[in-house]
Write a protein that binds this ligand. Sequence first.
Ligand SMILES: O=C(O)c1cc(=O)[nH]c(=O)n1[C@@H]1O[C@H](COP(=O)(O)O)[C@@H](O)[C@H]1O
Length: 238
Amino acid sequence: MNQSLVIALDFSSKQEVEQFLQPFEGESLFLKVGMELFYKEGPAILAYLNEHNHRIFLDLKLHDIPNTVKQGMKSLANYGVDMVNVHAAGGTRMMEAAVEGLIAGTQAGKQRPLCIAVTQLTSTSQGMMERELLIKESLNDVVLHYAKQADESGLDGVVCSSLEVPLLRAHLRPSFLTVTPGIRMAEDSVDDQVRIVTPQQARENGSSAIVVGRSITKAKNPVLAYQKMKQQWEGVTV
Ligand SMILES: O=C(O)c1cc(=O)[nH]c(=O)n1[C@@H]1O[C@H](COP(=O)(O)O)[C@@H](O)[C@H]1O
């Protein structure tokens, strides 16, 4: 998991995924399947990516009462994915239930998928959080609080902006995962993201993994965009 660059497959069909992956032929990638693709193609898309030896982050962001999340995770555990996620806002009992469901659904002798919690979405600003969510604390404090609760609930890490990673590193165990979307090259358009950093900043901040969507998937040459991102992320000078 550490040092991974996860590509967000935010496509609406398997056909688009095949087209995107074609120039990466033979390479084993870490890919994120989100709600757009999963709701359209169902579990078959996961089987397809597994057959091609890709690692999978199934990003469905579960957020419901504990029992529903537990049973949902029990079903997801069967799909051979490496990582799943929940919203930390569902609370500690819900997060514990997510892990219980994953353990219950994982076949004997196999490893359960990693489970991480979304703290505050990278599209959330301090102002939006205060006005719309009525949370008055600083974004940093909220992310740290949710991360501590995720850790205490038995989760493997969190999703946050890389901007918060130095703070989390100072307060949480070294193996606690910080998976960070909101990644842009300096020249890229920000789109709907708010708390963004470059791959270089993410490395310097100590992110465990970065998640990149449009900067790669919408690039004229996705393979080149991926390689540039990866080099900057890994600190390779060319
Ligand atoms: O859980 C996520 O993956 C996620 C959490 C978050 O706080 N922010 C966030 O952008 N994401 C996902 O990361 C990806 C970012 O995509 P781009 O903004 O296109 O790079 C999208 O698939 C989002 O669903």
